[in-house]
Design a protein around this ligand. Structure first.
Ligand SMILES: [Zn+2]
Ligand SMILES: [Zn+2]
Length: 450
């Protein structure tokens, strides 16, 4: 690192002047400014026609008028999703509140326990036992009442319609499981969106931006150990195994690493937001895809690492343009109607289309004790999987499941909501060698609101 004094001599002082109507004063009018020997403009005794900014002390967002890159209208109109509200999520969300982002959606399925209190700026001892998202929403609304806060208690892979993510300007994930990160990676690849990812340790942290469209994605950098860990944190059916996994997940992370990476992540989110909403965003706001910031805190170093795309990586499947079906809703549309629509759009017979799910979809439980079958619609890898037979004491009935849904399923006339799919979801329909993505756009007003 070069010393500060060396750099100072090269620093160009940029002066932005505004006239009384708030218009930026052109550079060639700079003779109106009087510079001192250091090139600094003394704003105190200027022509009365010019002043630097109209700074309103009662305006919380007036700070944006002093910033060269971040624009208040972009920030106030931005829509951001943050998966996870743990230690790092707390830091990211806190920063988004300070910045006054327009709309912030965030999801987590955990309740607050004692161990969270040492790391989470939004949680207090009296909150123990309450849901993280519920408490966070209260505190965040207090910090930034101008922001629309949308807390989601659940798993983003099964409980949030893909149409929600499609309408986000920025996607962020601060989850701690590899499986959930892979889930976010697949969602963002399908929708063609970049996303921010972070990980923290005791002294170190890293922040990455992945964009599977033409660059490396999270799955490109997964090693064998990560792949083995991927499936661990979900649905352990035996208690000792569940206990062991919980212990394994309690990695040593500090509130300090969370604060540093949370700030870095919020800054990168602001950059992505400007890229998403501006036609020509300032070039300073670029974060080239495939680079990740790594801070090693032990013998301190901060570096930018370059990652490469892995050939044959499964994390790059883009779904293409989404067909918005405004007459379809989760509660009003059946699986059959979805498949018929898909067949129509693809120009193939109804028997030829299928909806691949990317997860094991349980539709029935078979109880070997009382020899009964029971309808049960749920993804297999949810956190608390209920396999109990409703007819006897057996709590481990055998689940029957499918990886894709077709028109001849015996549950084809159930609504998509009855089958457990969320509102405003997007389904990929395959048939005749082609695919189409169909959105339940009839849900949009209810889900996204005004
Ligand atoms: Zn990849
Ligand atoms: Zn039974």
């Amino acid at each position: 690192m070069s010393t500060e004094t060396e750099e100072e001599e090269d620093v160009e002082i940029i002066v932005i002047g505004f006239d009384d109507d708030g218009n930026e004063i052109e550079e060639d009018e700079e003779e109106h400014f009087v510079k001192d020997v250091d090139g600094v403009v003394d704003m105190t005794f200027q022509d009365k026609d010019f002043r630097r900014i109209s700074y309103d002390n009662n305006d919380r967002f007036a700070i944006y008028k002093l910033m060269a890159y971040f624009h208040e209208d972009v920030v106030r109109g931005g829509r951001v999703f943050c998966a996870g509200a743990g230690a790092l999520g707390n830091e990211v969300l806190k920063n988004l509140a300070l910045l006054g982002i327009g709309e912030v959606w965030f999801a987590d399925f955990d309740a607050i326990d004692v161990s969270n209190l040492a790391k989470s700026v939004l949680f207090r001892p009296r909150d123990i036992g309450r849901q993280k998202v519920e408490v966070a929403a209260e505190r965040l609304a207090d910090m930034s009442p101008e922001t629309k806060w949308v807390p989601i208690q659940g798993d983003i892979r099964y409980d949030v319609g893909l149409g929600v993510f499609r309408r986000m300007d920025v996607m962020m994930s601060v989850v701690d499981s590899i499986d959930a990160r892979v889930g976010v990676n697949r969602i963002c690849a399908a929708l063609g969106k970049p996303w921010l990812d972070a990980g923290i340790g005791e002294l170190s942290w890293r922040v990455s931006c992945w964009d599977s469209a033409g660059g490396p994605c999270f799955e490109c950098i997964m090693d064998t150990a990560m792949r083995q860990q991927q499936h661990l944190p979900y649905a352990p059916t035996c208690a000792p195994l569940a206990e062991a996994i919980r212990d394994m997940n309690r990695q040593p992370t500090s509130p300090l690493a969370a604060a540093m990476s949370g700030a870095m992540m919020a800054q990168e989110a602001l950059k992505l937001l400007h890229q998403a909403k501006m036609e020509t965003p300032p070039k300073e706001l670029e974060m080239p895809n495939g680079l990740q910031y790594y801070f090693g805190g032990g013998s301190p170093y901060l570096e930018v690492q370059t990652r490469n795309q892995l050939e044959g990586c499964p994390g790059h499947e883009f779904w293409g343009e989404v067909h918005e079906e405004t007459s379809f809703t989760a509660e009003g549309t059946t699986l059959r109607q979805l498949l018929v629509k898909g067949a129509e759009l693809l120009g193939v017979a109804e028997q030829k289309v299928a909806v691949p799910l990317g997860f094991d979809f349980i539709y029935e439980l078979y109880c070997h004790q009382c020899k009964t079958r029971t309808e049960r619609y749920t993804p297999r890898r949810v956190r608390t999987l209920d396999l109990s037979c409703p007819h006897c004491e057996n709590d481990e009935a055998r689940p029957e499941y499918k990886r894709a849904l077709r028109i001849f399923e015996k549950f084809a006339d159930k609504t998509l909501a009855e089958l457990g799919f969320p509102k405003l979801h997007i389904f990929q329909v395959h048939g005749g060698g082609n695919t189409i993505a169909i959105e339940l756009t009839g849900d949009v007003e209810e889900v996204m609101g005004g």
